[in-house]
Write a protein of this length. Structure first.
Length: 154
């Protein structure tokens, strides 16, 4: 089905989608066109349909070909994540999903006193790379990030 995606700045474009895709998948498609991350997108069609459940399919929400969706770009609310260090101590940090790993490492440096270049952060079995966002690693509220130290050779 064909739908129209509209932004408040007036930018509008058509998008061909299946009624079986989820709201979350639609937000990812919108991100490819607009560079607005899914966490910053709030969708509305003006008919009171709730688009907040990313696992709902467009068909289940009653969307039909030819309908228009408005995309409101928001700043996502902060979430709390936990950082567990090598000593087993856990600290709580307020972050936003769009925050970069580099920015998070700076917060860790200020509180834990571990230099940024010696931090190795791991979440969900993946090492967090500089330049990417926490959202890229599917880090959600109450996720635990593990801090290990990168030893310098010499």
């Amino acid at each position: 089905m064909d739908i129209q995606i509209k932004f408040l700045n007036g930018h509008t474009y058509p998008l061909a989608v299946s009624s079986s895709i989820t709201v979350g998948d639609l937000k990812k498609r919108i991100q490819k066109e607009s560079d607005v991350t899914p966490a910053r997108q709030k969708l509305s069609n003006g008919n009171g349909i709730n688009f907040s459940n990313d696992s709902s399919t467009l068909g289940a929400l009653g969307l039909k070909s030819g309908c228009s969706l408005m995309v409101l770009v928001t700043d996502p609310p902060p979430i709390q994540v936990f950082l567990k260090n090598e000593k087993g101590q856990t600290s709580t940090y307020d972050v936003t999903p769009g925050e970069t790993v580099t920015a998070f490492k700076s917060k860790v440096h200020r509180r834990e006193r571990v230099p940024v270049d010696q931090q190795r952060l791991i979440c969900n079995g993946k090492q967090l790379d500089d330049g990417r966002t926490l959202e890229d690693y599917n880090i959600k509220s109450e996720s635990t990030i593990f801090l290990t130290l990168r030893l310098r050779g010499g």
